[in-house]
Ligand binder design. Structure first.
Ligand code: CTP
Length: 399
């Protein structure tokens, strides 16, 4: 699933030390199928060279409004006609001030002024500069003028201090750009997604868990947020990073997940329980269990979160996952009914390319009405995309 396939992204680079991260942004956009062209200001060229960006974009890099290019005779207008989106990253305090004033004293500012497409501005500068009221005023003006803004990240800055002002992570800028091209058909809805395994501790150093990587749930949360839903992701421990725009609540055990889910349940429209919640937990002892010849563990059943949600269901749309190794559809159907679900995604977790840890998944859907769909092997993001399509259809029928 490549929403950026053949999309034209014009990247405007300005004079900030974060310019050194733009080659990674270009690669990241290209990996998603986008075509990229770049404009650089004079300041940007103090940090990286046009040759670097030319080699990466495989295109001429444009730096001078007074230089003639036969492919783009009116360079500042033709470049933005080519673009589907203009991304100014990093955006220095200087460019932000110029854009706020409508100045057009070089190629980048002139292109922005005549740009018929949306413009995303990603500020990056020292914290004191970023928090300066003049910069904040200019950013407010940009917002009012219809520019899209990403907030800078907080962390180590090139000047040696910690604070807000870092160019957002390349992954986050890429997600923002991808999201821009998604339909916003879930706007106004609140979606709660669970993901990952839970860990049930038996002593301070050991736990029982399962092989869930969290990829399916994280992908669903990413797509739901990209399609405009206010999205909350509650996940057990994984190595994944939640997508930009997703509110994240990390948990460890089934009990913690249950508490987090229930505290939000009243307020959400859709719950998608993609988490592989542990079914059993050991009795916890507070000291490390010492080595012996044999250890008998007594496990007690955890609470079934989805079952509880099904019992308390009012306006919410409830979607479960069924992780099976045999009798896939029969077991999924049983869970759909027992847990009072609207839809269940049945997942044969031992099939090659499906289930835990894999980048792909092969699922079947069973609706409350009894209708079924069998989907082919797809990337987890593609499964997430289709699943959100189906959820949207059900929501439309309810409304
Ligand atoms: N689930 C849950 N709480 C649990 C166990 C499961 O909320 N304690 C949810 C899962 O998130 C999933 C659905 O219930 O959406 C089905 O989970 P699955 O592990 O397939 O089935 P179980 O109900 O645990 O039944 P079994 O282990 O017998 O297959």
């Amino acid at each position: 699933m490549q929403v950026l396939k053949n999309k034209h992204i014009l990247v405007g680079v300005t004079g900030s030390i974060a310019a050194y991260r733009i080659p990674d942004l270009i690669r990241s956009l290209q990996n998603k199928g986008a075509q990229v062209k770049a404009i650089m200001t004079k300041g940007a060229q103090a940090f990286i060279t046009p040759l670097t960006l030319s080699a990466l974009t495989r295109n001429q890099v444009y730096t001078d409004i007074f230089e003639f290019h036969s492919e783009y005779p009116i360079i500042h207008l033709n470049l933005t006609d080519w673009a589907d989106l203009f991304v100014i990253a990093p955006a220095s305090a200087d460019i932000i001030a110029k854009l706020a004033q409508g100045m057009a004293d070089d190629l980048l500012t002139s292109a922005a002024l005549g740009c018929p497409r949306p413009i995303l501005v990603c500020p990056a500068m020292n914290t004191r500069m970023y928090l300066n009221p003049a910069v904040q005023r200019n950013l407010n003006i940009l917002e009012k003028l219809g520019f899209h803004l990403m907030k800078p990240a907080t962390g180590n800055l090139a000047c040696g201090v910690q604070g807000q002002g870092r160019l957002p992570d390349i992954e986050d800028i890429t997600t923002w750009i991808e999201s821009f091209f998604f339909p916003k058909d879930l706007k106004g809805y609140k979606v709660l997604v669970t993901a990952g395994p839970t860990q049930e501790f038996l002593d301070p150093v050991r736990f029982i868990s399962n092989r869930s990587s969290g990829k399916m749930g994280f992908a669903i949360a990413k797509i739901a947020a990209a399609r405009g839903a206010k999205t909350i992701l509650i996940s057990g421990p994984t190595s994944l990073r939640p997508s930009y725009g997703v509110e994240f609540i990390p948990v460890v055990s089934c009990a913690e997940m249950k508490e987090a889910v229930l505290s939000l349940y009243e307020d959400v429209d859709v719950v998608i329980m993609a988490a592989a919640v542990a079914d059993f937990r050991p009795c916890y002892v507070s000291q490390k269990i010492k080595k012996t010849e044999r250890l008998n563990l007594e496990l007690e059943k955890t609470e079934d979160i989805l079952f509880v949600l099904g019992q308390r269901k009012r306006h919410q749309l409830l979607i479960g996952f069924a992780a099976e190794t045999k009798d896939l559809l029969k077991e999924a159907q049983r869970k759909l009914q027992q847990k009072n679900l609207d839809l269940i995604v049945a997942n044969d977790v031992i099939q090659p390319g499906a289930g835990f840890e894999s980048e792909t998944n092969k699922v079947s859907l069973i609706y409350r009405s009894g209708a079924r769909e069998n989907w082919p092997l797809m990337s987890k993001e593609a499964v997430a995309m289709r699943l959100i399509d189906r959820i949207k259809r059900i929501l439309c029928r309810i409304c």
